[in-house]
Design a protein around this ligand. Sequence first.
Ligand code: CIZ
Length: 307
Amino acid sequence: MDLSVDEEIAALRRRRRAVIVAHNYQPAPVQDIADYVGDSFELSALASQTDAEVIVFCGVHFMAEAAALLAPGRTVVLPDLRAGCPLADTVSPEDVRALRARHPRAAVVAYVNTSAAVKAEADLCVTSANALRVIEALAEDEVIFVPDANLGNFVARHTRKRLITWNGTCRAHNAVRVDDVRTARREHPDAPIVVHPEVPPAVAERADAVLGTGGMLQYVRTHEARRFVIGTEAGILHRMRRENPDKEFHLLSASLWCPTMKYTDLAGVARALRDLEPRIEVPPEVATRARRALERMLELGRRREGG
Ligand code: CIZ
């Protein structure tokens, strides 16, 4: 008897003792079959605690690497190896070493959107959700921040610390224009505009809130407005609509579409479960140092949860 792809995934998930996790930007059918949908911080925390034998990471490469770092001994698979992150690719370990040599008193902070090799050169990692709070809590007054210039500039505008930012940007977020905000205000005058800190500063300044995806999901859930304009990758609209069926969501700009996030599909998830490939592994000499940077981030997150 031929199984549907959903049935095949369900059977393989049980047989492999696997957990399927999906980033908030993943395509709708992938979010719908996942055990958990979240931002990279939530999914990293989950990977560090799961007792599943296999983690199918539906997201991009650096996220699956983070799961492999935090879940040693588990098999981590990324359904499609083409799912990279052009932002993460803008900075190399050599770049970070050169920056550290030029600014020896600065703390090195790597956005989670970096390879494990870059994380290994950093003192700690941050996500868009915790970047400002974590950087504020550092003892150093000078901070090297890689790779997203817009997120770095957003933090710099809200702290007294001196930030030395790398010049990377996310193609999708960085393509949002002030004109998109003007159009949204005209078309949806009653709708709060919520944007991600990876958008250009001139866009962030004109928005009603600047939040990571976890913060956005909470904002739209608890805000009294019935309609929202969302300035982050289009995939998140599926989760917002599912969780808030009585509210309306509009995308701020058609540019907010990440092609590499869309490489994952159900056939790829089934194949990854069947073959346990492509497997994501990090060489041990990189893993030890990169894990330390990630664990410092998780530690700070847990302290926040504990009040
Ligand atoms: O941290 C993440 O998951 C990313 C890449 C975006 C966000 O704001 O959640």
